[in-house]
Design a protein around this ligand. Structure first.
Ligand code: ADP
Ligand code: ADP
Length: 225
């Protein structure tokens, strides 16, 4: 569990302010949807929190740690992308187990965690398959599972449901919300989909042209656009 704090965070590409002095506090256990038009800086903001790109200015804390210069693997975050990057030659089971093996968990702990995540995501019957033998929706569930098994303090998600068909998307929304409630994890969730934001998020962070325009409950954002 951890609070995520951005303080006057800036990211420039040449003359372009992809992220322009954004200050934002995501409380411990809160689910924040990061929304706004294409190109407004959502993905860049997420990548800055993840440590995947370097800041041009400002600072970011996760929990009690300043993470500006911290290696991404030491940030205790898990990221889920829209283009699920699964290991093509490993089975689903091994895809899920891999991050746990890296952490040197015992075989029985790994198995228990993988089976529990698989059950929640309804992919138990797919554990022996390879990614190419799965549909897009199934692959995305595996990608979610791989983030889940690690019990990260912070989840960063970049449009994780955008490749799913409409029916599955609605179902996964409910499931993700339940996850969040069960895990009490801090979540920053990038989406284009207002409905996704409203149904899942405690708060919406609305970006525009690199700026943070609004940061409030979904209800207040819709009442005061
Ligand atoms: P999304 O749909 O997630 O917002 P984008 O299409 O904005 O994705 O960007 C996809 C990837 O390309 C990101 O990693 C982003 O950093 C990079 N990118 C976006 N715009 C540019 C650009 N003008 N020049 C180089 N890379 C870019
Ligand atoms: P969003 O995720 O909201 O669609 P991005 O964070 O991908 O927006 O991009 C914000 C701005 O930064 C855009 O103008 C984009 O073109 C620019 N940008 C993003 N990544 C790069 C990059 N690697 N190189 C140059 N410009 C980039």
């Amino acid at each position: 569990m951890a609070e995520v704090v951005l303080n006057q965070v800036v990211k420039t590409y040449g003359n372009v302010y992809a992220v322009n002095h954004v200050s934002l506090t995501v409380a411990d256990g809160e689910f924040v949807a990061l929304v706004g038009p294409s190109g407004c800086g959502k993905t860049t903001t997420l990548n800055l929190i993840a440590g995947l790109i370097e800041m041009s200015g400002g600072d970011i804390h996760i929990g009690d740690r300043l993470v500006n210069d911290l290696d991404p693997k030491d940030r205790d975050i898990a990221m889920v992308f829209q283009n699920y990057a699964l290991y093509p030659n490993k089975t689903v089971f091994k895809n899920l187990a891999f991050p746990l093996q890296m952490r040197k968990l015992s075989k029985s702990d790994i198995e228990a965690k993988v089976l529990s995540a698989a059950k929640v995501l309804d992919i138990t019957h797919l554990l022996e398959r390879k990614p190419r033998e799965l549909s897009g929706g199934q692959q995305q569930r595996v990608a979610l599972g791989r983030a889940l098994v690690r019990d990260p303090r912070v989840f960063l998600m970049d449009e994780p449901l955008s490749n799913l068909d409409a029916k599955l998307r609605v179902q996964m929304r409910t499931e993700l919300k339940r996850f969040h409630q069960d895990l009490q994890a801090t979540v920053v969730y990038v989406t284009h989909d207002q409905l996704e934001a409203v149904t899942m998020a405690d708060k919406m962070a609305v970006m525009n042209g690199g700026f943070l325009q609004q940061y409030d409950s979904p209800k207040n954002v819709f009442d005061n656009p």
